[in-house]
Design a protein around this ligand. Structure first.
Ligand code: 3H9
Length: 698
């Protein structure tokens, strides 16, 4: 029938199959194909019922995101869905894989829905800064009630087939999608079932129409963490229309909200981030035929905070893991913390109550490095000093089986130097997880000078298996994320000497959308860590040093840049710290001045962008998008601002280069001078994105 949608007839049942790989997204051709096939089937007197199904690994995964922002091509998705819903012949959506976004909206336009048992259903548009724009905000509440609809639409949370059946989103769970769909269609005909058009079925809305608090409470719960984002609030408004606005008018209003969001800056940034994340998983400079090594058994060396968090990530993905310590006491402590963390998640309803036990059963704790013997992948997560790392890697070289991948979780250290203590540097690389490792999604995959291509590909694939977002980076101090963070910390520190206060700097940074400011972050990490490292390097930072000398190490001592009331993690401004800052400046004969919020923001963000440009020039990151992904998933950069390099492009590189030069002069800080790449792009009126599109870095 069409290149991407096929129509077959099995006596009285027409089978419409969407076949547009990889994910059957609703491109114009797919929309046209579905419309034509359904119209043909409806017009064919021999056809009594229609099954809509998909080829490949998944049902329709949504609208084709690449079409957004381009001139709209007919037919509109809403038109296709109306055709399905108005069909006089029953239509059954037969679902496997994921029915997402516009894909679920198509299914909701059908009269019946069946799915295989591992299918998932979601309206994740909010994650792209959008809302369902083809009737999803009106039909889903009618299918499952407004409370769950709010969770799925405003929170973007998917549900599985069992929940979908229980909540009335699907009519049956079947063995195979096409065969199950066909059998169900025959049953509909045999039982002469009435066609259920969701648009006409308000039964599940009635309770919330009488008591609107059901809806408003669900919205409040789902928007609690939506600070700064527009889409969840617009999505909530749209679901609200189902309670008080006639269906067709509600569809018009939903469409209007959808178009506003689609054309807005936030959704553009979020769509950019979606593709940047997928691009980052593609490793440059590796032959396409490179095969991964098999990873069936994993060992983690070190049961501290990082090792335990990494082990939790494997166990959560159903992968058995051996956790290794040098003695029983730290091992038991680590295992205990892991169990407690899983139990806390279960208590919050994040995982089923039997999950903590099931996951902990996948973790075997042992004492002694010789237990790495059978592992295909070994991740070292021991104390962050070169001497200790070298000792561990020398031992791994002795015990690990040939071909095992040897990864270090170092956050700063030189992987090449670590690899050099082994006889197999080709098997060594960095897998830098972020704290808390069971929660944070980023994994910097650090490629050493001698890391073999298949080792690199294996680490990338393993990271994806445990639901992390891998980004390949090169060797340098702090890799991508921490190196840029250091550029920001340097400025945060200087701002205190020039006249700013920790609470002022942190407020500017959190207002921008970061989860916390640099001083709150330092207090959380522990000020003693930086102090120890400064002492090792023979450098001083008078304010931070003075705090440490007074025993103020941050949250753990109840005092740092802020004070903390016992048992609380909420930072409170501390007049004593403000006096200490003023006294230190007076002692050093530094004149303090009023610093505006605009300057603070520029000095927090632009030096990071500058460092990002250096990182690109040096080839430490392959693409500006990779840097953005690091910041989105490792540091909570606000997704609606796309990432630091994307943000810089929106601000304009010339402006950023000019401001950096100006601050470099005013503060006598040469590190702020714009990097050669930033200068060149600024002079040529170009963007970082132009590099991703084939422009040359150097
Ligand atoms: C929407 O539906 C709006 C409507 O309400 C209203 C309209 C009027 N479009 O992730 P993967 C590509 S908004 C275009 O690596 P996985 C992806 O870029 C949409 N392309 O695979 C990648 O390309 P490449 C709502 C898409 O198995 C390839 O497919 N839907 C789309 O790990 C494989 O992707 C969503 O937000 C798309 N919609 O995961 C769902 N989706 O190979 C978005 C994927 O060149 N998609 N691609 O890099 C997903 O969540 C995941 O892709 C999925 C598969 C779970 C489906």
């Amino acid at each position: 029938m069409s290149e991407v949608v096929d129509l077959e007839r099995h006596d009285e049942i027409a089978i419409v199959t969407v076949d547009s790989l990889p994910v059957n997204a609703l491109s114009a051709a797919v929309r046209r194909g579905i419309l034509q096939c359904v119209q043909t089937a409806v017009a064919d007197p021999a056809v009594k019922a229609i099954v809509l199904t998909c080829a490949g690994r998944t049902f329709i995964a949504g609208a084709d995101i690449t079409e957004f922002g381009k001139p709209a091509q007919p037919p509109a998705l809403a038109e296709v869905i109306a055709e399905l819903e108005n069909s006089p012949k029953p239509i059954v959506a037969a679902i496997h894989g994921t029915a997402l976004g516009g894909g679920l909206e198509v299914a909701l336009g059908c009269h019946f829905r069946v799915a295989v048992k591992n299918a998932r259903f979601g309206l994740p548009e909010v994650k792209l800064g959008l809302l369902p724009g083809a009737g999803g905000t009106q039909r889903l509440p009618r299918a499952v009630g407004p409370e769950l609809a709010v969770r799925m639409i405003v929170g973007g949370e998917p549900i599985d087939a069992a929940a979908a059946l229980k909540q009335g989103l699907i009519d049956a769970i079947v063995e195979g999608p096409a065969s199950g769909g066909e059998a169900f269609a025959r049953k509909v005909l045999a039982e002469r079932r009435t066609l259920r058009r969701l648009r006409d079925d308000d039964s599940k809305l009635e309770t919330a129409r009488v008591d609107r608090s059901i809806f408003t409470n669900a919205v409040a719960a789902m928007t609690k963490r939506a600070r700064g984002l527009e889409a969840p609030f617009a999505a909530a408004d749209a679901v609200g229309f189902s309670l008080d606005t006639p269906f067709d008018e509600a569809l018009r209003k939903e469409r209007e909200l959808f178009l506003n969001l689609m054309n807005g800056d936030q959704s553009k940034a979020q769509r950019y981030a979606f593709f940047a994340e997928r691009e980052a998983a593609k490793v440059t400079g590796i032959p396409e035929a490179t095969k991964q090594r098999k990873v069936e058994s994993v060992a983690i060396v070190g049961a501290g905070t990082m090792g335990g968090g990494i082990a939790m990530s494997f166990a959560s993905a159903g992968i058995p893991v051996t956790l290794i310590e040098t003695s029983d006491e730290p091992l038991q402590r680590g295992l205990g913390i892991m169990r407690k963390n899983f139990e806390a998640t279960a208590a919050r309803g994040g995982i089923a109550t039997d999950e903590p036990a099931r996951r902990m059963a996948l973790v075997s704790g042992v004492v002694g490095l010789e237990h790495v013997r059978g592992a295909d992948l070994i991740i070292e997560a021991v104390f962050e000093t070169m001497a200790v790392k070298k000792e561990v890697f020398a031992a791994l070289d002795t015990y690990a089986q040939p071909g095992a991948v040897l990864a270090s979780n170092t956050s700063y250290l030189n992987i090449n130097e670590i690899a050099a203590v082994t006889t197999r540097p080709q098997d060594v690389l960095g897998m830098h997880f972020f704290s808390p490792a069971n929660v944070m999604k980023l994994c910097e995959i650090v490629r050493g000078a001698k890391t073999a291509p298949d080792v690199l590909m294996t680490a990338v694939a393993v990271a994806r298996r445990i639901a992390k977002v891998p980004v390949v980076v090169g060797v340098c101090d702090g890799f991508v994320g921490n190196r840029m963070l250091a550029a920001r910390s340097g400025q945060a520190d200087r701002l205190l000497f020039e006249g700013a206060l920790p609470r002022q700097v942190d407020a500017v940074v959190t207002r921008f959308g970061m989860p916390m400011g640099p001083f709150t972050m330092d207090d959380l990490a522990g000020l003693d860590i930086g102090w120890r490292s400064r002492k090792d390097r023979g450098v001083k930072s008078e304010i931070a040093d003075a705090l440490c000398e007074a025993g103020c190490f941050g949250q753990k001592t109840g005092k740092g840049y802020y004070r903390y009331e016992s048992g609380s993690r909420a930072p409170l401004p501390d007049p004593e710290v403000e006096t200490l800052i003023a006294d230190t400046c007076a002692r050093l004969d530094l004149e303090r001045r009023e610093i505006g919020d605009d300057e603070i923001l520029e000095r927090m963000v632009y030096p990071m962008v500058n460092e990002g440009a250096r990182i690109l020039e040096e080839g430490i990151a392959a693409r500006p998008g990779d840097i953005d992904v690091v910041w989105l998933y490792g540091y909570g950069w606000p997704i609606y601002r796309g990432g630091p390099m994307y943000y810089a492009d929106q601000v304009g590189l010339k402006h950023i280069a000019d401001r950096l030069s100006c601050y470099a002069r005013a503060t006598n800080d040469s590190s702020l001078e714009p990097s050669p790449l930033l200068q060149r792009l600024a002079a040529e009126g170009k963007t970082f994105a132009s590099l991703a599109a084939g422009g040359k870095v150097a």
